[in-house]
Ligand binder design. Structure first.
Ligand SMILES: O=C(O)CCC(=O)C(=O)O
Ligand SMILES: [Fe+2]
Length: 264
């Protein structure tokens, strides 16, 4: 039982990004470290080809999100309002679009799942439900005007979905295109979401700065080709960029069984 706000913060044992291993992944799920970095996960040319294909296909903006975020692919976040059945009906089309991007270069999700299985021994698979089948996993996303302070945590946001049964949730981003070394940084706070925080929610996804008052934070500046993984139950925010900022990303969660599932 959490007694007060103070106990919710300052739990990280380091402020450094660690390389991927069974141990670092466990500590990230347990929120004992802020960040895992996989350097040179993809070659610059591989990233460039993904960017070209994504721009050819064209992006849609997230619904009900300000400032604007663009993406190719579908999200459980948006289908919360539309309906679960509709999400699963849209999965096939979303996979087709993803294939049009990745077939010209490589599939970052498949590479990440293989890397995780090889380096940690965990079972990694795309999330699925008995009744509906496979989730969609993998967004090509442009966050160029920044984000609000937010969390991504299916147990609170998608309680009626199988992804809502994860015991911890992370996000991984492969940085495909960045414009400037001084903008578009990502901030992560040493402060996780608790149900009482809902009184500080501002709109469809943003929270007031009050929830992180007094909490320490880390900031990272990605390079093209890097993967960064962090715990999205922790409050986080992305700065605006002058120019382009494109990533390939999905959510990943730990099931009580120890399996790691991926979805968007
Ligand atoms: O683009 C980023 O650096 C992080 C975006 C984000 O909010 C997430 O992956 O959950
Ligand atoms: Fe996020």
């Amino acid at each position: 039982m959490i007694a007060n706000d103070e106990m919710k913060s300052t739990v990280w044992k380091t402020t450094e990004a660690l390389p991927l291993s069974a141990e670092s992944l466990r500590m990230l799920f347990e929120n004992k470290i802020p960040l895992i970095r996989i350097e040179q996960f993809a070659a610059p040319q591989e990233c460039k080809m993904l960017v070209t294909q994504a721009n050819l296909l064209g992006f849609d903006a997230y619904q009900n999100v300000n400032p604007k975020i663009e993406r190719i692919g579908i999200t459980v976040f948006e289908y919360n309002n539309i309906g679960k059945k509709d999400y699963f009906q849209a999965v096939a089309q979303a996979s087709k679009e993803q294939y049009r991007i990745t077939s010209a270069s490589f599939n970052p999700l498949e590479r990440l799942m293989a890397t995780i299985q090889n380096q940690t021994g965990a079972t990694a698979r795309i999330a699925s439900e008995l009744l509906y089948g496979s989730y969609h996993a993998g967004l090509t996303r442009k966050i160029e005007q920044g984000t609000q302070l937010h969390i991504d945590y299916a147990p609170s946001e998608q309680p009626g979905w199988e992804v809502g049964t994860v015991v911890a949730q992370l996000s991984w981003n492969l940085y495909l295109q960045l414009s400037s070394n001084n903008h578009g940084k990502t901030y992560i706070y040493d402060r996780q979401w608790y149900p009482g925080d809902e009184r500080h929610k501002l709109d469809s996804y943003g929270y007031s700065d009050k929830v992180v008052s007094g909490a320490s934070s880390i900031v990272f500046q990605p390079q093209v080709g890097d993967v960064f993984i962090f715990n999205t139950r922790n409050y986080h925010t992305v700065e605006s960029t002058k120019g382009h900022r494109m990533t390939f990303t999905s959510a990943m969660g730990l099931l009580p069984s120890g399996e790691i599932i991926f979805w968007s």
